[in-house]
Design a protein around this ligand. Structure first.
Ligand code: UDX
Length: 470
């Protein structure tokens, strides 16, 4: 009888990481002979339980973690409420999980020494590579962002001292076609100083990254070939398995669902979906510009709205943050719906009435949009979102940007919103982007379909990580 192979998956505590990790766990679960454990902090494990079907055999295990020990407000390491400015304190806090994680894995090994075990961890939990080495188990990182952005980050951090010396333009070694202007580089990266804790943290993550046995990436090789190649080079030739896109299957639309019901009352491709993901918000003044631009564009829209930057992320919404009477006018004209809180994004994007997505370009949102053939209006805000947006404009041709640069620092005016939304929703440019998005959607779906390249990459990863013993 074949022994059970054990996979321990450990994501970083943010929605954009937990969701693809959950998809990866479920993908491996569909293969026979694997026991899968997803590890996280108690509040995230509670949340994840509601995402898993009751029939799932994926085990969910929590490690003790008290946010207040690390100066984090209660519940703020939880997947539905992590504001961007708490990311760095949380990166640091995760290092305190190392002893409990080591004990967890070593207990599992002692209890059953004959079943092989593999750790799949988030690159932000770089220290897990040392735990795997200490315990003698296979280790892979799972990158939930795009490959191109990951590779750019690596270049920026590892080659820090060479940068910006003579010009405002950065050319990455071996990548003559990738040039970045100083203004396009995320602010985080501009602190190239050994005394800066963010700089030190990222340098350490890169060093950990290169020690792993391999990297799993949430992309399809045919879609992001240059990014995958780039990453292979940057990481010293380690195996890179492109197994994506890993997507949640949308639940069957029900006309009882208010949002889906509203979409169903609109013609095909006529509604603009607006969302800045799970962690980012825009400023109050930008919110007004967006609202005025949407109203002037004449387009129907569905906007997932949160308190503006600088206000409590989980707090109530104040009418004064929007132009006077905006929400009421849009409702009366059946023109726009504001979703306060969490939206059923996959269901909205897969609905035939959704014609474009005004997005912050988080990687999951990009993949979800394109798999559904929906073109993007890019409004990147933070992190690697800018690189995702740039790639969608320059390489893939499925995006037009409303903002470019360091997110909240680039100022968007209502006239730009109106012009760009009109051209994508009503003009020829939008038609062409929609045609390309549908083509790209086919490529992405084929990669994860029967015999597709991502399925073959998954087979290869599983064979390499936990080979069948003779
Ligand atoms: C973070 C980083 O900011 C981003 O740069 C990185 O690429 C991923 O992690 P996040 O806001 O989580 O971004 O964005 P994204 O990757 O798009 O993931 C958000 C996920 O939450 C998506 O799967 C989306 O479908 C889901 N979501 C978000 C909802 O289902 N409903 C919502 O209302 C908001």
């Amino acid at each position: 009888m074949e022994t059970t192979k054990r996979m321990m998956l450990f994501p970083f505590m943010a929605q954009g990481h937990l969701i693809p990790f959950l998809q990866l766990a479920q993908l491996i679960e569909r293969r026979n002979g694997y026991s899968i454990t997803l590890i996280n902090t108690p509040s995230n494990i509670r949340n994840l339980r509601s995402y898993l079907p009751t029939s799932s055999s994926v085990h969910l295990s929590s490690l003790p973690f008290n946010p207040s020990d690390h100066g984090l407000p209660p519940g703020h390491e939880s997947m539905d409420s992590l504001p961007f400015h708490l990311l760095f304190p949380l990166y640091k806090a995760t290092e305190s999980l190392r002893p409990a994680f080591t004990r967890f894995v070593s207990d599992a090994l002692s209890l059953d020494p004959t079943s092989p075990l593999c750790i799949i961890a988030d690159p932000y939990l770089g220290w897990t590579v040392d735990v795997a080495e200490e315990l003698g188990v296979f280790h892979a990182f799972f990158v939930t962002g795009s490959e191109r952005s990951t590779a750019i980050y690596h270049s920026l951090w590892t080659l820090w001292p060479l940068q910006w010396s003579h010009s405002d333009e950065l050319a990455l070694p071996n990548r003559p076609n990738v040039r970045l202007h100083r203004s396009q580089v995320t602010k985080l990266l501009l602190y190239g100083d050994d005394n800066n804790p963010i700089f030190v943290f990222f340098c350490r993550q890169i060093a950990h990254f290169c020690k792993s046995d391999g990297v799993i990436v949430n992309t399809a090789e045919e879609f992001e070939r240059s990014g995958v190649e780039f990453l292979k080079e940057e990481s010293g030739g380690m195996p890179v398995w492109a197994v994506g896109p890993l997507l949640r299957v949308p639940s069957t639309p029900s006309s009882d669902d208010t949002h889906i019901g509203w979409l169903a009352g609109h013609p095909p491709d006529s509604v603009l979906y607006v969302s800045f993901g799970s962690m980012n918000t825009i400023s109050a003044s930008q919110m007004v510009e967006l609202a005025m631009g949407l109203e002037a564009s004449g387009t129907a829209f569905m906007w997932v709205i949160r308190p503006p930057s600088g206000f409590d992320f989980k707090g109530g919404f104040r009418e004064e943050w929007l132009p006077e009477g905006f929400e009421e006018r849009m409702r009366e004209q059946n023109r726009g719906v504001l979703i306060h809180g969490w939206a059923p994004q996959m269901e909205i994007l897969s609905h035939g009435s959704t014609g474009a997505f005004l997005s912050h370009c988080g990687w999951n949102s990009v993949l979800e949009s394109l798999c559904n053939g929906v073109p993007i209006i890019g409004w990147p805000i933070a992190g690697e979102q800018f690189y995702n947006s740039m790639m969608m404009v320059e390489e893939i041709g499925v995006c037009v940007e409303i903002a470019r640069g360091n997110g909240n620092e680039s100022v968007v005016c209502r006239e730009d919103v109106e012009r760009i939304v009109r051209s994508v929703m009503m003009g020829g440019e939008g038609e062409e982007m929609r045609r390309k998005a549908r083509e790209v959607g086919e490529v992405l779906r084929a990669a994860v379909g029967e015999g597709g390249a991502s399925v073959r990459a998954m087979d290869d990863f599983l064979r390499t990580a936990l080979p069948t013993m003779a």
